[in-house]
Write a protein that binds this ligand. Structure first.
Ligand code: IVH
Length: 753
C-alpha cells in the first residue's frame, strides 16, 4: 500500500463525510427558512456553510452531485399550497463580497464574451421573497413562490390581496407573460405590525391565552404574510413589491436591454426595483455598490446587497447559466450585520442615575466587519419577552453604528439545564464583570484572574412604578458616584481633560476625591505630603526619588496637567455646570435656556416649580426634577462647595447676547477620519456656529470636509461640483469663520482640494 494513495484516500473520506454533513445541514436550514419561515441561523452563517460546501465540491470534483444544494435553489414547495411548475427555472445569484470578487466576475464574463466593454445595471437587492407573476390579457392569473427554483407554491389568491401588486395592467401589455420580483415589507410597516402583535399578546397574556410569535425580521414577515392560508390576513399586511425581471413572454416584441425592460414594465403599472441605475462600466457599478454599502439603512426597505446585471439581454443569453446561477448577474453582499453566537453570561452595569442595565457577554463573533463581545439587553422585561438565557445560542444584530442587540435565542440549541435569568438582588457597583474575574461578586466562582478594579455596592435593587428599569437604592453607590463624576468631567459638561473613567476610579480608590465638588481640591490634596506620597507611588502618576538617602515623592505630568485642566474648567460657564450636575432630564438645550433665563445657579435652584416650567422649552417634568434635586440637603451642600471653589455659577448679562451664528443657512457634510478631532466633535462645533450638518451630500450641501479614507461621499460631492476641503480648512472653519466664509466665496482654483 503506497503512502501517497492512502493519504489521499483518507483525505477524500474525511471530505466526503464533511460534504454529507454540510448538505444535510444546508437542506435542513433551507427547509426552516423557505418552508417554515423560521430560520435557526443567520444569513451570514448560512453563507459560510454554503461556501464551504462549494469549496469542497470544487476541490474534490468526484464528490459533486446533481442533487447537492449547491445545484438547486431553496426548498421544494410545502403541502399547504398547490404546486406550480415554473416554465423557466427561477435562479439564485452568485455573491461578491468585495471589489476583487466583483472585478473577477466581470473578467470571467469578458473572457467568455471575448470583449471588454458593455453597460451594466445596478439595483438594490431587496430582502424579501421572490415571486413569479403570470399575466394573461393584462390580468394577474397566477402567482408562485420560488420554491426550489423548478416548482413553487401557488399563492395567487394571496398576491391578489396585496395592493402594491397590480391585478389589472395598464397600457398595452403582451397577451401572456411572466414577471419576477421581490415581495417585501417596508421597515416601518414591519415595526408597526410587530408592535400590534405585541399589544395583542399583552391582551392574550391577561386572558391567560398563548401569545403569537413576533416576526424576527421584515423578510420573514413578508414570507409569512404571503404564505397565509387566509388571503384576508395577507390583505392586512403592509407588503410591497419591486419587479426586477421579465421571466418569459409570448407573442410580443420585448426590449433588448434590461434597463429598457424596467421602463417598459413600469409603463404597465409595475412598481420596479426602486433606485435602479444604469452604468457605462464596471467602475461605475462598483461605485454604486460602495455607495449602497455606506447607505444600506437609507431606504424604507431592508436591503442585503446590490445586484449588478449585464444590461444587454443578448449578452445575457450568451453568458447563460452555470448550476443555479446566471453568469450575467451577481449579488454584491454587504458585510453581514447578523450573526449567531453564545451568551456566556448575563451581567449588569450601573448607569449614572443608578439604573441597573443588563447586558450579554458574548462569545466573540464578527458582525458587519467588527468584533463583538457584548450586546445590550435593555431591561428585565425585554429579556423575558425575548426569552434570553445564559448559555443560549442567540442571533445578534448590529445596525449602523449602534450597540449590538440580541434579536432572539435559537431555542433548538438551548442547553437542557438552562434557567431564566434573575435580576441581582444586590447592586454590583463598579465591579468589572469581566469573565474570569476573581472578585466574588463579579465573575464569581468562574474567576481565574484578579482583574476587577471595581467597588462592590451591595445596595438593594428595586423597581419604581411602571418604569422598565431597576435602580440601585443606595445614594452612595460607588457606581453612581463614579458615573456622576465621569459625567461632570465629560466634554459636554465641564470638559476636564485627563479626568476619564480610569483616573476617576483611581482617585476614588485612593480616597483623593469622593464627589464632584472635591475635584476642585485635588490641587490642595497634592500639597498634602501624605496624600502626595500615596499618589506618587501609583504607577503612572508620580515617582519616588532618593536624595541623600531620603525618599522624595514627586507627582508626574499627568497629575500636574490634570490639576491645570481642573482649574480651567472653573470658567466653563453656568449652562455647562448645570449639565455637569447631572440632574435628571436637564441636558444641553434646556440647560442653556435655564441659564439664559435665570442667570445664576442659585436662581435656578431656588425657583418655584411653576417659574421653572414657564421657561419656554423647559416644561413640568424638567421643573419637577430640578425641584427634587434642589430639595436634597446633600445636593445643596455640593453646590455650596462648588461655589466656594470659585466655579463659575452665574452669567454675566453681556454673555446672554445672542450667540454669533456665522454659518446660519450653510450646510456641511463631514466624511472620513480627522487626525485632531472626532467627527462628532467637529460637527458639534460647526452646529454651534449656526451650520446645519448633514449626513449625505446633496446639491444643497455648501461644502464637504473630507478626512482620511473618505469614500463615496467624496465621489458624490465631486460629481455634484460641491466644494471639498481638508482638515486644515476644517480647523480654519472652526477657528476663523470669517476667513473661511471668504474662502467659500472665492472662485475655486483649479485642482483645489
Ligand atoms: S435579479 C437570476 N434583482 O435575490 C436571478 N434579484 O439571491 C435574478 N432579489 O432570487 C434575480 N432584489 O429573490 C434580482 N433587484 C433584484 C433583487 C433580486 C432581490 C432576490 C431575488 C433572487 C435573490 C437571489
Amino acid at each position: 500500500m503506497s503512502t501517497q494513495s492512502s493519504v489521499s484516500d483518507s483525505e477524500i473520506i474525511v471530505a466526503r463525510d464533511r460534504v454529507e454533513t454540510l448538505r444535510a445541514e444546508i437542506l435542513r436550514h433551507n427547509h426552516l427558512y423557505h418552508a417554515l419561515d423560521q430560520p435557526e441561523i443567520s444569513d451570514a452563517d448560512y453563507d459560510e456553510l454554503f461556501a464551504e460546501l462549494k469549496r469542497l465540491e470544487t476541490t474534490y470534483p468526484e464528490l459533486a452531485s446533481d442533487d447537492s444544494p449547491t445545484q438547486t435553489v431553496g426548498a421544494p414547495p410545502g403541502r399547504t399550497f398547490a404546486v406550480v411548475e415554473h416554465r423557466l427555472r427561477m435562479l439564485s445569484l452568485g455573491n461578491a463580497f468585495n471589489a476583487d470578487e466583483l472585478l473577477a466576475w466581470r473578467q470571467r464574463a469578458a473572457d467568455l464574451l471575448d470583449r471588454e466593454e458593455w453597460t451594466y445595471v445596478s439595483e438594490p437587492k431587496i430582502d424579501g421573497l421572490a415571486i413569479a407573476l403570470v399575466y394573461e390579457r393584462g390580468r394577474l392569473v397566477q402567482a408562485a413562490t420560488r420554491g426550489d427554483g423548478r416548482a413553487g407554491e401557488d399563492v395567487t389568491a394571496n398576491l391578489r390581496a396585496i395592493d402594491a401588486v397590480p391585478n389589472e395592467l395598464s397600457g398595452n401589455p403582451p397577451p401572456l407573460f411572466e414577471v419576477r420580483g421581490e415581495i417585501y415589507m417596508p421597515k416601518a410597516g414591519f415595526d408597526a405590525m410587530n408592535a400590534e402583535i405585541a399589544a395583542e399578546n399583552e391582551r392574550r397574556r391577561e386572558e391567560g391565552r398563548a401569545g403569537l410569535t413576533l416576526y424576527a425580521n421584515p423578510r420573514n414577515a413578508a414570507a409569512g404574510s404571503v404564505r397565509q392560508k387566509d388571503a384576508s390576513v395577507t390583505a392586512t399586511r403592509p407588503l410591497s413589491i419591486g419587479v426586477y425581471q421579465l421571466g418569459w413572454c409570448d407573442d410580443a416584441v420585448t426590449p433588448d436591454s434590461h434597463w429598457e425592460t424596467l421602463g417598459w414594465l413600469a409603463e404597465f403599472g409595475f412598481p420596479t426595483t426602486p433606485e435602479a441605475a444604469h452604468h457605462d462600466g464596471i467602475e461605475d457599478a462598483l461605485a454604486a455598490c460602495e455607495h449602497w454599502t455606506q447607505r444600506r439603512d437609507s431606504q424604507a426597505f431592508e436591503m442585503d446587497g446590490v445586484v449588478v446585471k449585464v444590461d444587454d439581454l443578448g449578452l445575457q443569453a450568451d453568458l447563460g447559466i452555470v448550476g443555479r446561477e446566471p453568469r450575467w448577474a451577481i449579488a454584491w453582499k454587504f458585510p453581514p450585520q447578523e450573526a449567531s453566537t453564545v451568551v456566556e453570561q448575563i451581567l449588569v452595569n450601573v448607569g449614572r442615575t443608578g439604573s441597573i442595565n443588563p447586558y450579554a457577554r458574548l462569545r466573540p463573533v464578527r458582525v458587519g466587519g467588527v468584533q463583538v463581545t457584548n450586546a445590550t439587553l435593555h431591561n428585565l422585561d425585554d429579556i423575558r419577552r425575548k426569552d434570553i438565557r445564559e448559555g443560549d445560542t442567540v442571533v445578534i444584530r448590529r445596525a449602523g453604528e449602534v450597540i449590538p442587540q440580541v434579536v432572539r435565542p435559537v431555542l433548538e440549541r438551548r442547553p437542557d439545564d438552562s434557567s431564566e435569568w434573575q435580576m441581582p438582588t444586590g447592586c454590583p457597583g463598579t465591579t468589572c464583570g469581566e469573565l474570569g474575574c476573581t472578585n466574588e461578586h463579579c465573575g464569581g466562582d468562574r474567576g481565574i484572574i484578579d482583574i476587577c478594579e471595581g467597588t462592590w455596592c451591595g445596595g438593594t435593587v428595586s423597581r419604581q412604578g411602571d418604569d422598565a428599569d431597576f435602580y440601585c437604592d443606595n445614594p452612595h453607590c460607588p457606581a453612581i458616584v463614579q458615573r456622576a463624576i465621569e459625567h461632570f468631567a465629560s466634554r459636554g459638561a465641564m470638559d476636564i481633560r485627563g479626568l476619564g473613567e480610569k483616573m476617576i476610579r483611581l482617585l476614588l480608590r485612593e480616597d483623593v476625591i469622593h464627589d464632584v465638588a472635591e475635584i476642585y481640591s485635588v490641587a490642595d490634596r497634592l500639597q498634602d505630603p501624605e496624600k502626595r506620597e500615596k499618589l506618587a507611588r501609583i504607577r503612572g502618576l508620580g515617582q519616588v526619588k532618593r536624595r541623600k538617602g531620603e525618599e522624595i515623592y514627586e507627582v508626574g505630568d499627568r497629575l500636574r496637567n490634570l490639576a491645570a485642566a481642573i482649574e480651567r474648567s472653573k470658567s466653563r460657564g453656568l449652562a455647562n455646570l448645570l449639565i455637569g450636575l447631572g440632574i435628571r432630564h436637564v441636558g444641553g438645550e434646556n440647560a442653556t435656556l435655564l441659564a439664559d433665563h435665570f442667570g445664576s445657579l442659585d436662581a435656578i435652584l431656588g425657583a418655584e416649580q411653576d417659574a421653572l416650567a414657564a421657561v419656554e422649552g423647559v416644561g413640568p417634568i424638567i421643573a419637577a426634577s430640578i425641584r427634587d434635586w434642589a430639595s436634597s440637603e446633600e445636593n445643596r451642600d455640593l453646590v455650596k462647595r462648588l461655589k466656594e471653589a470659585e466655579v463659575e455659577h452665574t452669567i454675566q448679562r453681556t454673555e446672554i447676547e445672542p450667540q454669533e451664528k456665522p454659518y446660519d443657512g450653510r450646510r456641511f457634510v463631514l466624511t472620513g477620519r480627522f487626525a485632531d478631532m472626532t467627527r462628532p466633535q467637529a460637527e458639534a462645533q460647526l452646529k454651534s456656529l449656526g451650520a446645519a450638518v448633514g449626513s449625505s451630500v446633496s446639491k444643497n450641501t455648501t461644502a464637504l470636509f473630507a478626512g482620511e479614507a473618505a469614500g463615496s461621499k467624496r465621489a458624490k460631492a465631486e460629481s455634484l461640483g460641491i466644494r471639498i476641503f481638508d482638515e486644515d480648512r476644517l480647523q480654519e472653519a472652526l477657528q476663523d469663520p470669517a476667513a473661511f466664509l471668504e474662502r467659500l466665496t472665492e472662485e475655486e482654483p483649479a485642482g483645489a482640494i
